[in-house]
Design a protein around this ligand. Structure first.
Ligand code: GLU
Ligand code: MG
Length: 792
């Protein structure tokens, strides 16, 4: 969640005096970064994953599962040379702080090498070591679980030990400040968001409608008079029929899976960044794992819009909303008081600025459509890469910019920034710094990038474009040796954390292989960003992976020749692993370069729809029987109108765009492809594995290790494939159904303490692959048998 500076974080009313200072110096630092690194080239494709854990106190004797908020010492121990740091180094793992005091973030210590087949398999081993090492540091009742949202967070008594929601940092009616990381940055971040905004954040999630559900959040206390903000739910912050949440912790206390990849140079990084933007909603949908918040089943499957709301520091004027009664339109901003504050007199210019209305330090007040946590607002453009697919009209969102920053980047530094790069950074720099450390106000802009990172790392978008840091040049004309110094990177951030290490390894590996394949085969995935935002909204829907259709580049406009990919379906693995059956040509059913000459296009559907079985929503089995079929539509029909993170209402949408270049597809089509030209993402990945990743000494894999690695990769891809085809459920679907099918469940959308315990207990057993029935239920038979059978 970003770097931790040491020192004294300033309260908003003090820190806001330095907002322009941080932005100005941050941009100087960015320019220096570009001066140092623009021409950097030929960096290796290294990559890493980040897994966020929740420490859960699981008391099997008393049937309770609570977030452990007194075990954060493990993080210090895991970073202390005299304690467990050496062990962590030996395991090649590293632990970092996260927002919650009950959270840990684990990464590999050294990155993986994207050229090496074995490193894609090593990911899981590394993840297993992280879980093992952190478990060893904890008492046996406290489990590091990978849950996207903790089901009863914000309900009475959800922490161990108990803490009361009376804290001044969040002023939450539900979350005690004791859940927030002790490092001063985090409570300050929480308080400063509230102070800038001028009121508490307000997140409203639709309650899942079941037959006994009262569409009313009855957990909001009416009689607390501790803070002025206590009355906000009754002034419009809480919406009837919705679960109301009022604090940063509901969002930033959720967990995700992120991967970061290093590109060869800035040009390649820009193309990769752009190409991953339309993939983000697809992977959010496929990784959906968050159907319960604050003890309620909610009518959506993912965490994304919860975090959007949880760190939304925009004031009423910036959001274009009327203030609550007695509240200030401008929140905690210092307005230049000489101006007429009747906002109807101030139109909005092309940059989103309200004309002639400024903060005291001269920054225009703007209309800002999105929270600082959200989907990407601008493409970076691939005009300097070999592809040159980007067209200006693809960046079609209303994304306000900081005009002063834009002008500086473009005019003062001719050549370093083109207009797309300048727009990207000028958009990030519309935001204010949220935490400034008193000791770090004055920095050497040739050596430090803290001010730049202050703004950059509190813009939490689906994809992050990460420039290198500044490195010291020892002598005036000496060359900097960039070896082992991170270069231009792209971070993929939308995915929810999965329950098991197998899944987290599978999703990480899939995304890094897909990125490698994108760079190798250079598809054109550009679609207008407004369509990506529609997809982001769709990805929130219940079972969106099988019920919705997502906008994507028309499959015949990917600029790939489908002939080149024929035969690279799941059957490729089996052919390759059976010696000689991949390259020989004869009259029989043998394959030539992956193509079965005797039955044309055989195997194109591969094992994606193995046995042609029905998606889980249709078969009515334990995974099916959705009480909630009253919500959402079956199997890819038109989306119901909804309002997601982007704040847009989805109306009825056609399946093909006017220009014919974008279409709506099921995830089954997008991931698994289909007949003929219908490639699908998995086939691109398999071709990459087949043609680029197999080491020369592994021809037909006489090497047992190499063969077992390929089999494992096949099962990773199968997990993604089967979640897209609906053969196996997403974690969100599985979790929701464990609640719906629990005999104690009252069909009132509420997840009681006991149901919560049983669910978390099952999740713990599933995490450790201890229970055959759970594994089979969750993974289906094909993958389940493989996992339980040991690493065959
Ligand atoms: N936990 C946040 C999420 O679920 C991400 C925090 C981070 O950027 O590390 O998206
Ligand atoms: Mg993190």
């Amino acid at each position: 969640m970003g770097l931790l500076s040491l020192g004294t974080p300033l309260d908003w009313h003090e820190s806001k005096k330095y907002n322009e200072h941080v932005r100005n110096n941050g941009i100087t630092q960015l320019i220096n970064i570009f001066k140092q690194h623009s021409n950097r080239d030929n960096d290796e494709f290294l990559w890493g994953d980040e897994v966020e854990y929740m420490l859960v106190d699981l008391d099997r004797q008393h049937h309770s599962a609570k977030l452990a908020i007194d075990k954060d010492y493990v993080l210090n121990d895991l970073n202390d040379e005299t304690k467990s740091l050496l062990k962590a180094r030996k395991y090649n793992v590293s632990f970092h702080p996260e927002y919650g005091r009950y959270m840990l973030e684990g990464t590999p210590l050294r990155p993986y090498n994207g050229e090496k087949l074995e490193d894609y398999i090593y990911v899981e081993e590394n993840m297993i070591k992280r879980r093992k090492l952190s478990s060893e540091e904890l008492p046996s009742n406290v489990k590091p679980l990978t849950l996207t949202s903790f089901p009863r967070m914000g309900c009475p008594n959800f922490t161990s030990p108990q803490a009361n929601p009376i804290g001044p940092a969040s002023q939450s009616l539900f979350l005690p400040d004791e859940i927030i990381n002790r490092h001063a940055r985090f409570p300050t971040l929480t308080a400063n968001i509230r102070k800038r905004k001028g009121h508490k954040v307000a997140i409203n999630l639709p309650i899942y409608p079941d037959k006994n559900t009262k569409l009313l959040d009855d957990s909001i206390p009416h009689n607390r008079h501790l803070f002025k903000s206590d009355k906000e739910p009754f002034l419009g912050a809480s919406k009837p029929g919705y679960v109301y949440m009022d604090s940063m912790g509901f969002g930033m206390g959720s967990s995700c899976l992120q991967i970061t990849m290093q590109a060869k140079n800035i040009r390649e990084a820009r193309y990769l960044y752009d190409s991953l933007i339309p993939i983000a909603p697809i992977m959010l949908s496929l990784s959906a794992a968050a159907p319960i918040f604050k003890g309620y089943l909610v009518d959506q499957d993912v965490r994304w819009n919860v975090i959007c709301g949880a760190v939304d520091d925009r004031t009423f004027i910036e959001k274009g909303e009327d203030p609550y009664r007695g509240y200030h339109l401008f929140g905690g901003l210092d307005i230049d008081g000489n101006k007429d504050l009747n906002i109807n007199k101030h139109g909005v210019n092309e940059y989103g600025d309200l004309n002639d209305l400024y903060t005291k330090d001269g920054k225009p007040i703007q209309h800002i459509p999105k929270s600082r946590y959200g989907s990407v607002d601008n493409y970076l453009g691939d005009g300097e890469y070999d592809t040159k697919y980007f067209k200006e009209e693809y960046s079609d969102l209303n994304a306000p910019i900081n005009k002063k920053v834009y002008d500086r980047l473009l005019n003062e530094n001719s050549g370093l920034f083109d207009k797309y790069l300048a727009t990207h950074f000028a958009h990030l720099f519309i935001r204010d710094p949220l935490v400034i450390f008193g000791e770090r106000i004055h920095q050497d802009n040739k050596l430090s990038n803290d001010h730049f990172e202050n703004i950059q790392s509190t813009n939490w978008q689906t994809i992050r474009f990460k420039p290198p840091a500044l490195y010291e040049q020892t002598a005036a004309n000496s060359e900097i040796d960039f070896t082992d110094k991170p270069g231009w990177r792209v971070e993929f951030r939308p995915m929810e954390i999965q329950i098991t290490d197998f899944e987290n390894a599978a999703y990480s590996t899939f995304m890094s292989l897909l990125s490698k394949a994108i760079l190798r085969f250079k598809p054109n995935f550009y679609v207008p960003l407004s369509k990506v935002d529609l997809d982001m909204d769709l990805a929130h829907h219940l079972d969106s992976a099988i019920k919705e259709k997502f906008w994507f580049k028309s499959l015949d406009s990917w600029e790939l020749d489908y002939h080149d990919f024929i035969g690279y379906d799941f059957s490729w693995f089996d052919r390759f692993l059976s010696e000689g059956n991949d390259t020989l040509s004869s009259k029989g059913a043998v394959y030539l370069n992956g193509y079965n000459s005797s039955s044309s296009l055989a195997g194109l559907n591969g094992e994606a729809n193995i046995g042609g079985s029905q998606p889980y929503s249709m078969n009515g089995g334990t995974n099916g029987g959705m009480n909630g079929s009253m919500n959402g539509s079956m199997n890819g029909s038109i989306a119901k109108p909804t309002k997601g993170c982007t704040g847009k209402i989805l109306e009825e949408i056609n399946d093909v765009d006017d220009n014919g270049l974008d279409q709506r597809y099921t995830l089954n089509e997008l991931i698994n492809g289909g007949d003929g030209k219908f490639l699908g993402l998995i086939r691109i990945v398999i071709k990459f594995i087949a043609t680029e990743l197999i080491p020369p000494d592994c021809q037909h894999c006489q090497d047992v290790k190499c063969a077992s690695n390929l089999v494992r990769l096949k099962y990773y891809l199968m997990l993604i494939s089967q979640r897209a085809s609906g053969e196996i459920p997403t974690a969100a679907h599985w979790i929701r159904n464990r609640v719906l099918n629990n005999p104690l469940y009252q069909h009132d959308s509420k997840v009681s303490d006991e149901i919560n315990f049983q669910l978390i207990n099952d999740i713990d057993r599933l995490t450790n692959l201890q229970d055959r029935d759970l594994v089979m239920d969750f993974f289906g038979e094909t993958i389940g048998e493989y996992i339980l059978g040991g690493n065959k």
